[in-house]
Design a protein around this ligand. Structure first.
Ligand code: PEP
Length: 256
């Protein structure tokens, strides 16, 4: 089965950027430019505090809403500063990014913690976007496959292939995030195919249907050649998602 059977997703990860008015202007510009949606899905992941407003701005548009992180705790309680999956569902999110490399590197998230968050997202009825990817040192030492296998394996071995039936994976080489250095289509395709093969060992149907996004310095100028590859089903976009024209160019590269 080729990429044609899977609907691509172009997701914007705003990280800790923007302010209220700026966020509204960005959403409005994207809503005006997205068209009918159709061949690809657009997803926006603003900071927590803007999610509720963003859900209103996105009403009657085909654009979906996601969060950048979630608490691993499944039940409400004394967890100061945490935001649960149920709360994210309540304000209109459908997706949640888990295990972004900035969370892993800057905030000490482990594979086990990422699995717990993945589980919490699905328990709330939402779709996790599981981020995986190697550092530059790991790539240079030839450990890319081992690292990605370990990160995907943490979910696969704990929750089983079924859990990936309602999930999205994002391959984001750490050396390509925010650096302007994009993986070549060949480098990305190789890892995407590896991820799909890992899952296919347990369940070929789920592997075939899984959307695997590429992330790492995707821009309007390089999106089309990445998205054309067989196992690349769209992108997770950081910096370029803050510019409406640039993000729309990337989105339209996925609908072509
Ligand atoms: C990201 O943070 O998920 C990302 C891919 O960032 P950028 O597009 O800025 O490299």
């Amino acid at each position: 089965m080729g990429a044609g059977m899977r609907t691509s997703i172009v997701a914007g990860n705003w990280k800790m950027n923007g302010a209220f008015g700026e966020s509204r202007d960005l959403v409005m510009a994207l809503a005006a430019g997205v068209g009918e949606g159709g061949d690809a899905e657009m997803l926006l992941c603003p900071p927590f505090v803007y999610l509720d407003a963003a859900a209103r701005w996105l009403e009657s548009t085909p654009i979906a809403l996601g969060a950048q992180d979630v608490s691993r705790e499944g039940k409400p309680g004394a967890y100061t500063g945490e935001v649960s999956g149920a709360m994210l569902a309540d304000v209109g999110c459908t997706h949640v990014i888990v295990g972004h490399s900035e969370r892993r590197t800057l905030y000490g998230e482990t594979d086990d913690g990422v699995v717990a968050k993945f589980r919490a997202v699905q328990a709330a009825g939402l779709v996790p976007i599981l981020c995986v990817g190697e550092t530059l040192a790991e790539r240079e030492e030839g450990h890319t496959a081992a690292v990605v296998t370990r990160q995907v394996g943490a979910v696969l071995d704990t929750l089983g292939a079924d859990a990936l039936g309602e999930a999205v994976v994002a391959y984001e080489p750490v050396w390509a995030i925010g650096t302007g250095r994009t993986a070549t289509p060949d480098q990305a395709q190789e890892v995407h195919a590896l991820i799909r093969a890992l899952i296919a060992v347990q369940d070929a149907t789920i592997a075939d249907g899984l959307r695997i996004l590429y992330g790492g310095s995707v821009k309007g100028a390089n999106a089309a050649e990445l998205f054309a590859r067989e196992d690349i089903d769209g992108g997770l976009i950081g910096g370029a998602s803050l510019d409406a024209a640039e993000f729309l160019t990337i989105f339209h590269a996925a609908t072509g």
